[in-house]
Structure formats: C-alpha cells, structure tokens
Design a protein around this ligand. Structure first.
Ligand SMILES: [Zn+2]
Length: 303
C-alpha cells in the first residue's frame, strides 16, 4: 500500500488494462463473442493487427474483449476507461464529468462520454424481488427540483410540486435498493413499481400517502408511519432506511450534479443505486462489478 491508485499498472498501461478485462470476461479462456466457440481461437499478433485481436476458426470472425461492451468503438484507451470506472465506483457521491475531466486530463467531451457510458454499466438491477422470504421493504417517494436550487432536495407533497421530478425508492432493510424516476406519484405508478419489484411475502413500510394504501394489501403486511402526526417510528415501523438513502442521493445530486436534466435523472439514480447495492465491498470489488455490468451491454447512447 502507499502507492497512489493512479500509478497502478492497469490505470497506466493499456496492455495491462486489456489483460484485466480479458481475465474478467473470460475467466476460463477466450470465448468467441460471435458464436460462443472456444476450441479454435487464435490470437492475431503482428503490426497489421489491432492489439488484443482474436480470430475464431469456427465462425471465422475477429473480435477483441471490448466487442459488445460499453467500451466498444471508442478511441479512449482501456487504462483510462478502467481508471474512470474505478473513480466512479469509489466515490461516495459520484463524480461529475468536469471533475473526471480534471482527474484524467482528458477533454470535457471525453469525460462526459465516459461518465455516461459507465453509468450505463452501473444500471444493472439486483436480481430477484426485494424482501423475498419475509423481509422488510421500505418504499418512499421524493422530489428533485432542478430549476430552483434553494428548493432542491426539499421533500413536500402536493402544493404545486408538479414541476419537480419524482423518484420512488424501494429499500430492503439491510439489503438492496431499487429506484425509479416516475412521471407521477399515484396509485398506478406506485402499484407498478411495488408489485414488479417487491415479493408478495415481504413486509411493506411506507408513509401515510394514500396512494400506497391499495397496493399495500398485496404484501404480507403494510405498516404506515404517520409523518404528519410527528410519528417517525413506532417500534419496527419506520421508513428511516429509505429516508437515509434519499439524503445520500440528494447530497450527491446537489453537490455534484446540480445540472442534472430530467432526461438523465434515471441514469444518475441508477448510479447511486449501484453504489448502495455494492456498499459492503471495497472500491476494487465494486469497480469489478461495474466492469462486469459493462460486458454484454451495447450502448444505445449517442455521444
Ligand atoms: Zn466464432
């Protein structure tokens, strides 16, 4: 230890970075990304070939480790990619494109492209339903206003909140989170988010918003915390976990991403979900989860 992270070989040397990616994508040997063949793969070595190029004798096609990933067809060096993934995975509140630009010494356009693609790699939702096996899931909604900084992050209901972006989060106690940027907070949107993501045998905790009432009957139990009556917790009935998550999310949005446009909000929220869902591992392991998310994820994002 003691060596600055920047100096690690995979962040300095493109060949080392490629090797790291190859070992991660193909832990049991190179697999053809086109046909799945493993028996007749040869590495193409020589001046005339791109580094890291393979040829499959079964389908006769060529490929590299980046084919079909968010790294595909970019001129950015793989070691720069890896460093950017590491920085975004390690940062508690996220890193803006501007900040990344300075840290990597690249153009803003490049940094913007990197952050958006890496965010995409982080968008994998945890598998399965939340709270299955009788767990507890807290659901809550919050509002994010982009136009007025002074109100940003303040939570309120009704009273002209229509211009605010709406985020619904479902958090397992001591577990995972899934968040959604929704067009409206009402019985229909909450029903969809909750029934598709929370197990029937889970115990649901919400505040007193009437829209939760009907969908609440779909679960093993539904406890309501009455915030209006200054009741913040009643024994085990509380929504402190999801509220803690919102405060983390908003600190990040206010501190780092104050210009988040509505069209990008769900990607930022995914990024925060990702870090929360991998909070119990170290920065390197979290980054490797992000890299795994990058494989098999061809981007539809236009730079
Ligand atoms: Zn093949």
């Amino acid at each position: 230890m003691g060596e600055p992270i920047t100096n690690m070989p995979q962040f300095q040397d493109e060949d080392v970075a490629r090797k790291v990616l190859e070992e991660m994508r193909w832990p049991n040997g190179v697999v053809c990304v086109h046909c799945g063949g493993v028996d007749r793969i040869s590495k193409l070595i020589g001046e005339q070939y791109r580094p890291g190029l393979y040829r499959c004798g079964d389908c006769r096609k060529q490929f590299t480790v980046t084919v079909g990933t968010v790294f595909e067809r970019s001129k950015i060096k793989l070691n720069v990619w890896l460093y950017a993934v590491h920085l975004m995975s390690a940062s508690k509140k996220g890193i803006s494109s501007l900040h990344l630009q300075r840290m990597l010494g690249v153009q803003y356009k490049t940094a913007w492209f990197l952050t958006h693609r890496i965010r995409e790699a982080m968008s994998d939702n945890p598998e399965g339903l939340l709270g299955s096996g009788g767990g507890t899931v807290e659901a809550d909604e919050t509002y994010w206003g982009n136009s007025k900084r002074s109100k940003a992050g303040r939570k309120y209901k009704g009273r002209g909140g229509d211009h605010k972006e709406k985020i619904v989060s479902l958090v397992e106690r001591n577990g995972r989170v899934r968040s959604f940027h929704v067009q409206a907070v009402n019985g229909a949107t909450l029903r969809e988010a909750l029934t598709k993501n929370i197990a029937k045998d889970a115990h649901l905790m919400t505040d007193e918003l009437p829209a939760y009432k009907s969908v609440g009957r779909e679960f093993a139990s539904h406890e309501v915390v009455k915030h209006s009556a200054k009741e913040y917790s009643r024994g085990n009935a509380h929504t402190n976990t999801v509220e803690g998550y919102f405060s983390l999310l908003k600190r990040g949005l206010i501190g780092t991403f104050h210009h988040v446009g509505a069209q990008h909000l769900s990607r930022y929220v995914n990024e925060f979900d990702f870090r929360y869902n991998h909070r119990k591992v170290d920065d390197f392991e979290r980054a490797s989860f992000a890299l795994r998310g990058a494989f098999g994820k061809r981007l539809t994002y236009r730079a």
